[in-house]
Design a binder for this molecule. Sequence first.
Ligand code: DGJ
Length: 302
Amino acid sequence: MKESINGTVWKDINGNPIHAHGGWILFHGGWYYWYGEDRRERYYVSCYRSRNLRDWEFRRHILTMDSRMEAYRVRTKLQLQNEDGGKVNLERPKVLFNEKTGKFVLWAHFENGRDYTAAAAAVATCDTPDGDFTYHGHFNPYGYMSRDCTLFQDDDGTAYFISAARDNADLHVYRLTDDYMNVERLVHRLWQGEYREAPAVAKIKGRYYMLTSFCTGWEPNQAKYAWADAIEGRWSCLLEIGDETTYHSQPAFLLQKDGRTLYFGDRWGGDGEAYFSSSYVVYPLELTEGRLAIKPVEEIWL
Ligand code: DGJ
């Protein structure tokens, strides 16, 4: 990456802007794979890779309007275009590697491209981290609405899908099946009526931390976090972190590297054309005497 200033346009090693918003980084086989929303042309999700988190090589538009679709055992709707042949929306894509099946499994937030009424979870898979993903459709877990989402993989391989339900009022935590292809159990309905979105989870020094934002569309707001000794155990109440705009960002995901935790956030441009001026921030996340804090550095801290 040439520029290393938070909130500016970040470029890949060929000098092209990186399109990976609402994203996620998966470390696999010595590479960091950065997945994220790419709303240009017929694309939905793009993937870049890097050895050092600074020099990013574009790999592929892994999900597009033309991706292969394949029904899966869960009852899902296979739809990568709306009724008029226009685009749907796939937001906040996250990818895990499943040791048991050898598959890379992607979960995302599906919308119909016109509004936010579908509120569904979408699943796609691939045999490689950066190949053409096969789309398995979208569904409402146990019938619930499912908007902003994230994944979390615990040390023993148990994975969770976390998403905003009931018009964003509650945050649901679903344990996934062994193959990561479906929800197995709704283990939590957290912070009912608090309207938290943009969840991001990390395990730091044996404890689980979840950052979330409030719901203000594309405008940044005050992030809050909570902690738990087990994902399925009791979560703390919400505690404020950062300033009233979370240093002009909304959580995308948390990444651990060399014993440090990095907060990756989106600095959204806004709706319509403004979306394309969205950029990213990376801030150190520090844990001091049990309190979590974001350090709002100007230069990207990697
Ligand atoms: C906030 C969400 O976090 C984003 O992913 C996106 O859905 C916008 N709302 C849309 O307004």
